[in-house]
Ligand binder design. Structure first.
Ligand code: G
Ligand code: G
Ligand code: MN
Ligand code: NA
Length: 254
């Protein structure tokens, strides 16, 4: 069966799963939130990572129903976690360009927040620079409406697009997530270090929270934390894990 047809039935037959990668405050080792990352529990091929199917999802338009499933699943999970007493948790989901341009998208976000009785600020939508700028008008209208709804907006893979600063100016996001490419060669790489320090300065001036991605070593952790980059995500802390393991990580440092 071709991949597109298989993915279509996977969405209908509930074969998708969400794993959550912890976002950690390096000062306390506390898990303050998580990024939902989709997986496909394939009946024959096992657990598939997004690089095996997100491309087809984008090119076929299936990223819309996939994204709708992710939104609902993450909202439902967040409501269960809040009911368990994990009240301060923040969860982010990745939103593709096609999704953001759907006329019903903003309304669907509002509807899921209402359905599960969430505080809008507990949900963050991650958007890349290219998603924000490719079709400026439609995208920016959606962003303005999302802002009204009270959800948090994050610019993902920050620094890799070719209009990073334009994206900041237009959107005024609540957070930016520094792409792991800038973190990888820290602390040795003087150029990356200078760029990250500039991002911290800019974010501070604009009152934007920063999450550093791809933190893999204690040296990276410490270098970043010393400069205000205490919110971190990366394999040093944890890879993306199933919901029960995520809860265990949250409870380990409360
Ligand atoms: O951990 P990882 O291999 O899960 O994720 C790879 C990429 O797949 C990420 O960079 C992310 O942008 C994308 N991705 C993961 N989950 C989702 C999702 O739910 N929706 C969309 N549109 N992209 C996702
Ligand atoms: O593009 P986005 O940031 O949404 O996706 C997160 C991606 O980053 C996932 O594919 C995830 O597996 C990957 N990732 C998360 N932590 C690390 C890390 O510490 N190192 C590397 N190389 N990749 C990471
Ligand atoms: Mn992301
Ligand atoms: Na990212």
């Amino acid at each position: 069966m071709n991949l597109e047809r298989a993915l279509r039935s996977a969405i209908e037959e509930q074969q998708l799963r969400l794993h959550y990668q912890p976002v950690v405050d390096a000062r306390t080792a506390q898990v303050v939130g998580g990024e939902a990352l989709v997986r496909w529990q394939h009946p024959e091929r096992g657990l598939l990572m997004p690089d095996a199917f997100i491309g087809v999802a984008e090119s076929s338009g299936l990223v819309r129903p996939l994204g709708a499933w992710v939104l609902r699943a993450a909202a439902a999970q967040l409501a269960r976690w809040h009911a368990m007493g994990l009240g301060g948790l923040q969860i982010s989901i990745n939103v593709s360009a096609l999704q953001l341009r759907e006329p019903e998208f903003v309304e669907s976000v509002r509807a899921e927040i209402d359905r599960y009785g969430l505080r809008p600020g507990s949900l963050t939508l991650e958007l890349t620079e290219s998603t924000l700028l490719d079709d400026s008008e439609g995208a920016l209208r959606a962003v303005a409406a999302l802002r009204q709804s009270g959800v948090m907006l994050a610019v993902d893979d920050f620094g890799t697009g070719y209009s990073s600063l334009a994206a900041l100016k237009l959107v005024r996001p609540d957070r930016l997530k520094i792409d792991r490419g800038f973190v990888h060669d820290l602390p040795a790489a003087a150029d990356d270090a200078a760029l990250i320090e500039a991002m911290f300065g800019m974010a501070r001036a604009l009152d934007i929270e920063v999450i550093a991605e791809g933190v893999e070593t204690p040296a990276q952790r410490d270098w970043l934390a010393m400069r205000g980059g205490h919110l971190q995500q990366g394999w040093l802390w944890s890879k993306a894990v199933p919901p029960d393991d995520f809860v265990a990580a949250v409870e380990q440092h409360r």
